[in-house]
Design a protein. Structure first.
Length: 367
């Protein structure tokens, strides 16, 4: 194997691929990246057995074909440390890889390409294409609500639900729920559901751009694959049943509040300073035209904020985890927030007033 590549052309896909490589792993080869050259097509593959990313580089000229695995982190660090416009010569010699650039020369250990695990190809049940920006928006709008290391392992991921004409993603940690729906060109005889693991969601989000460049998605029984010109992403799916999110969506709320997103977000941020560090609870006191936000902590300290809102419908006092309200205020992009409430024991429904594509549910707290 032998080729020459510009530092910039190699570094970007190498960083994307190395991101999936775990620092601590059971198999030594999992610390490596698989380098395969076929003519002028160079591909780099990293995996942790759950998620696999393949990055592709088009070389200026063809090299000598071959495949080998080299330590991922060391190769990234070497490429990073070289000057911006550097050319890198890469060749194999006596089961070692030589990386040369200018007066720098590095000799790296290797492991055989045959030892590198391949995420098995499942048959794809459902195939569709859309703009990368669509998928990126779906993830950006909902990923914050995924659970962290919950024993209900299916909550440590994101539900993808495909039906004819639309893709919906849902994330919940049991205390709040985020849902985003986009219209895309897809046809399916039935509603197809798949749960992406947390790591898969995080890695896919890193790969995506806001552009309208096409991405092909293949959903199989136990895998999801995403293909673009620059990369192929494969992830195992979580084997489990996601909660029926439709039952969680509050219906029939009669108290509708409209408020400035930035004003509310800042007020939540300021009251959060004096909320209980563990439970993060604040009380919302709703009156005609006015929302009062109150926070207390065990040190007998108190914060109070008043925000003018568009509301008329009687008094209400309800408690929430202020961090959950902040997260929603931060992820929405509209000028105003619409909040629908019914009573002190019912969840709040938050959304954009002008019929946006996202809906958020926050459960109340007893304070």
């Amino acid at each position: 194997m032998k080729f020459t590549v510009a530092r910039e052309a190699l570094l970007k896909p190498l960083q994307l691929v190395a991101g999936v490589v775990e620092r601590r792993q059971t198999l030594p080869v999992l610390a490596n990246v698989l380098v395969v050259l076929d003519g002028d097509q160079l591909s780099l593959t990293g995996t942790d057995l759950e998620v696999e990313i393949v990055g592709r580089v088009q070389l200026d000229q063809a090299g000598e074909n071959g495949e080998i695995t080299v330590p991922a982190r060391k190769l990234v660090d070497i490429c990073r440390s070289l000057p911006d416009a550097a050319k890198i010569d890469f060749y194999e010699e006596n089961q070692r890889v030589i990386v040369k650039s200018g007066r720098s020369r590095f000799t790296l250990s290797t492991l055989p390409a045959n030892d590198f695990p391949n995420v098995e190809e499942g048959t794809g049940n459902l195939h569709f294409s859309c703009g990368q920006g669509q998928i990126k928006r779906l993830i950006d709008r909902t990923a914050f609500a995924m659970a962290h290391q919950d024993v209900r392992y299916y909550l440590n991921g994101m539900l993808w639900e495909v039906q004819t004409g639309q893709l919906r993603v849902v994330a919940t940690d049991g205390h709040r729920l985020a849902m985003c729906t986009r219209n895309i060109e897809v046809s399916s005889d039935e509603v197809v559901q798949a749960i992406l693991p947390r790591k898969g969601v995080v890695e896919l989000a890193r790969l995506l751009t806001d552009a309208d460049d096409n991405i092909d998605i293949i959903l199989g029984g136990n895998h999801i694959r995403a293909n673009t010109e620059d990369f192929t992403f494969t992830s195992k799916l979580v084997d489990g049943k996601f909660p029926d999110y439709d039952r969680v969506l509050p219906k029939g709320g009669d108290k509708v509040v409209f408020g400035s997103r930035s004003e509310l977000g800042q007020a939540f941020g300021r009251t959060a300073i004096l909320s209980n560090e563990k439970y993060r609870g604040v009380r919302l006191l709703l009156d005609d035209g006015l929302l009062t936000i109150v926070a207390n902590n065990p040190e007998q300290e108190e914060a109070e904020e008043q925000v003018v809102v568009d509301y008329s419908g009687g008094n209400l006092e309800i408690g929430f985890n202020v961090s959950y309200l902040q997260d929603v205020a931060n992820v929405l992009s509209s000028d105003n927030i619409k909040m629908t409430l019914s009573d002190a024991n019912s969840s709040a429904l938050l959304e954009e007033p002008e019929g946006g594509d996202s809906v958020y549910v926050v459960m109340p707290m007893r304070l």
